[in-house]
Structures are given as C-alpha cells and as structure tokens.
Design a binder for this molecule. Sequence first.
Ligand code: PEP
Ligand code: MN
Length: 335
Amino acid sequence: MVAVLKPGVTQQQIDNLTAWFKSKGLDVHISVGQYHTILGLIGDTSKIDIELLEGLDMIESVKRITEPFKSANRKFHPDDTCVEIADGIRIGGGHFQLIAGPCSVESPEQILGIAESVKASGASILRGGAFKPRTSPYDFQGLRAEGIELLLEAKKRTGMPIITEIMNQNHLPLFEEVDIIQVGARNMQNFELLKELGMTRKPILLKRGLANTLKELLMSAEYIMAGGNNKVILCERGIRTFETYTRNTLDLSAIPMLRELTHLPIVIDPSHATGIARLVKPMALAAAAAGADGIMIEVHNDPQSALCDGAQSLTPDQFRDVAEKVRKIREVVAQ
Ligand code: PEP
Ligand code: MN
C-alpha cells in the first residue's frame, strides 16, 4: 500500500503516522520528494482501513498494491482449489459438476421424481430450497426443516449429494447431513452468518449479491476462509442492471476475471441470472465454454405449477438436452 502525503506536512506528523503504521505491524518506507512525501507500507495491509486513511487531513491519496483478500487470492495460492463434495465428487481444479433440482422442495414425490430424472441426465448434485428467501412475506416460504428431511430422503434413495440454502445461523444443526450449504445472493454480506459458516468444515456455495462487485464477493469468501473453512465455491447468478427483459444480467466475464483473481471454484447459475427458461440453455452453454467449474440449473417436473420460480425452471426433458450439449461444449473446449 502506498500513501501520498499532502505538501507541507510537518516532520512531526510524518513521525506520528509512521509510528501508527508500525504499531499495526507494518514496515514503512519513506520517500521524500520535492513536493510530496510518499509512504510505502510493507507487510499485511489487509487490516488497514483505506477509507480512514483517505479521510486524514495530511493524506492526499492511498493506493492498494495487494488486494485486501488473502486466503482467496491466487497470488498466495497459485493452484486451483478442488473442493471434495462427496466420495468421488469434486468441483474445481478440472473437475466439473452439474447441479440441478427445483427452486423449492414441495413434496416427497416432487423432489424424488426430479432427483431421479436429473441424475439420469448427468446431474451429480441435487439442489432444492427448504428455506426460501422471498421478496414477499405472503409467498411460499419453503417447507423449512421438513424440506431438508425430504432432500435427505432423496439423497438416501439416489445417492446424490445435496445443496440447500441457509438463511440463519441458528438453523445450522439442521444442515448436519447437507453436503453443500448455499449462501444466497441476499445473504452474501450477512457477515455473522459467514463467520459461523467459517467455523464449519462444510463446502459452502457463496452466491454473488444482487449488486455486489467481484471484490466484495471475494471479501465475503474471505470471511468464511478466515475461520479456517477453505471449501468455498463461488457462484455468479446474475446482477441487477438497468436491463428489464431479463430478471438479472449474467456477468459471464466473472469467470475469467475470478479465475485470475482467485483459486476457488466458480459455478454459474443461468436460471436466476435470466429468469426465463428458454434463455437457460444458451447461457449454460456459454458458461461451459467460458470455463465454469459447475453449472446450477433449476428443474421442475411441472414448471407451470411450481411454488417458486416456475418461469425459469426447465422440464426434465429440457434439462436432459442442456446436460448433453454442456458435455459436448466441454469436450470441444478441452481440445
Ligand atoms: C436459489 O438458488 O434458489 C436462490 C434463491 O438463489 P439467489 O440467492 O441467487 O436468488
Ligand atoms: Mn429459485
């Protein structure tokens, strides 16, 4: 980190500031120019509040040289992270997984039927919401604990690992046998929840917030990793822009950008990104072509009567077609 001081700062001010940086464990390299003095800060600056520095009268500007995320940073961990989900099912570092299932678990027949069909089409992980974050309190809120029970039953019957969303850290005991805990877009910056998940050793799929930058996504991953849980999977699910034809705007450039910045696996969710079933296939194929480590797709046996997100849900037949084409795209990209 480099801090440029305003012209006219006194030696006493420089000494005080230098002493403060040293008290934070940093070495300070002082370079005195004709008009400006520049302080080069050497060491772990991730805990320095850049806005606080910028607000000081004596400081003209501050620039970070190293990103504020450490554990998630590829600079300090050049190899891709591969997260083990279950026996023989890994994601990242060349391992790709298709995640599929309904937006919400609705009944035993619904979740089991969908699980069997998406498994037959090549999905390796079953998704299903039990605790649903809905914009309206009057909409279906999910089957909650019972939804998790039904997912566990589907897991037992099909052998598929399961992913489901957590909304409150007090619910963690219910997630003991859940294979991947999802943090939804709305909770990406629920820092208390992230800290609790950092204390677990479960794989966490962290979705990008509706209006969050990639740096903020990585800082949220850092919250989980700071607790010692390195099994973080990032998920781009579309961000809010001025466009209204689609539910969100799928930021596919997030894949190569995140690939440079971090070693963590990257999943794309084309269902929430577009909100429209017929757009899911082209976006899933584009995600596979751009190098995603996984794709998560909402599938419903009867989208028209789905209790949540029917408009973006594929039928099992449509999913089979997408899964097959994703496989082909991946073969081409691997050549
Ligand atoms: C979901 O996956 O069902 C969901 C609610 O996603 P998001 O948090 O991306 O809206
Ligand atoms: Mn949904």
